[in-house]
Ligand binder design. Structure first.
Ligand code: HEC
Ligand code: HEC
Ligand code: HEC
Ligand code: HEC
Length: 225
């Protein structure tokens, strides 16, 4: 029951696990329910509804173009099968936890828990998706919650950083090439945060804390659209 889908719910959050022991006097609770209750994954689509406009930063499109969106599909390729065979896996890559743990989210939710933990629009096939990095969205997806970062985090939202990438971008990946990237100062590394974040970054264009909010709709930023 506490098996964690992907790495989102327990591993990748830091210092954001308030609830577990916070309730006082609950020491005698039945064993099964000690941790933070698990939240539902809602899927990319519902996030995309609000996160696709230019004004909002087109996170949906940026993600769709990224390799993260294809991470599950990669497991269906011949190349992946070859890797799995070489490693002696008994099942095909798309059914092997050894591969799914980095290439997808929600794959380890048990059948009987699916309706409880996965909304209908959630798809394992979406690979490394919004909620892989930001945590299950059931509770923070509400506009009023998400506009308030503190509140969002309280409701399960995760803000990744370099460390969160390293959960998957590390040498336990069969594809790991310790010299794949070259850092600014010329070092060869298997993962370079700067380079890689630049390839997938998806900022909200304005409303940066220091900038005053501009009036809606009339922006001189239509250069490429
Ligand atoms: C109802 C619309 C809506 C939905 C659905 C929605 N978001 Fe948001 N989200 C927003 C708005 C609005 C903001 C505030 C953006 C800003 O900074 O101006 C936001 C901000 C964020 C932020 C940045 C928060 C911060 O404090 O900087 C993240 C990360 C995020 N959303 C991820 C998600 C993910 C992942 C999902 C799906 C699980 C999702 N959102 C679903 C509207 C939505
Ligand atoms: C849940 C595991 C996971 C996490 C967390 C993760 N990635 Fe990835 N990433 C992958 C997988 C799997 C691929 C390969 C997808 C494919 O091609 O099938 C990938 C591919 C990439 C690529 C393309 C790499 C290339 O060689 O072309 C970039 C860039 C990238 N990730 C950046 C990041 C950054 C930056 C972070 C942290 C903010 C991050 N990733 C976090 C699993 C992850
Ligand atoms: C520790 C996380 C992790 C695990 C476990 C993992 N992968 Fe990956 N995989 C990645 C990342 C990250 C990439 C992106 C390339 C890179 O930076 O290594 C990737 C890329 C790939 C690629 C694209 C080839 C390439 O060189 O870019 C294939 C194929 C692949 N993985 C297959 C598999 C198979 C099959 C398994 C299970 C046997 C597996 N992976 C397990 C993280 C992982
Ligand atoms: C590979 C991990 C990863 C994936 C996949 C991912 N994000 Fe993010 N996202 C991050 C990280 C890391 C940040 C930076 C957090 C920070 O600024 O502290 C971020 C920031 C954001 C922000 C805030 C940007 C800003 O300027 O404040 C929004 C909004 C957001 N993500 C939405 C999404 C949505 C929607 C999806 C899916 C379509 C998505 N993210 C997919 C890792 C990811």
């Amino acid at each position: 029951m506490l098996g964690t889908p992907g790495l989102s719910q327990s591993e990748s959050k830091e210092g954001s696990e308030p609830k577990a022991g916070a309730e006082s006097g609950k020491a005698g609770k039945p064993a099964a329910k000690k941790k933070v209750p698990k939240l539902k994954y809602i899927g990319v689509k519902p996030c995309g509804i609000c996160h696709k406009s230019k004004k909002q930063g087109e996170q949906l499109a940026i993600w769709q173009k990224s390799r993260h969106a294809k991470a599950y599909k990669t497991l269906l390729t011949k190349e992946a099968k070859k890797v799995a065979t070489e490693l002696g896996l008994k099942k095909p890559p798309e059914q092997s936890p050894e591969c799914l743990r980095c290439h997808a989210t929600g794959w380890d939710v048990k059948k009987e828990e699916r309706t409880k933990l996965l909304k209908p629009r959630f798809k394992v096939e979406d690979g490394v998706q919004c909620e892989t990095c930001h945590g299950p969205g059931e509770k923070y997806k509400k506009l009023s919650v998400m506009k308030d970062r503190k509140l969002a985090v309280k409701n399960g939202m995760i803000f990744g950083d370099k460390k969160s990438c390293l959960k998957c971008h590390n040498k336990s990946a069969p594809s790991w090439n310790p010299e794949r990237f070259t850092t600014k100062d010329g070092k060869k590394v298997g993962f370079d945060y700067e380079t890689c974040w630049n390839l997938i970054k998806h900022p909200v264009p304005k409303k940066k804390p220091s900038e005053p909010e501009k009036p809606e709709g009339k922006e001189p930023q239509s250069a490429d659209k």
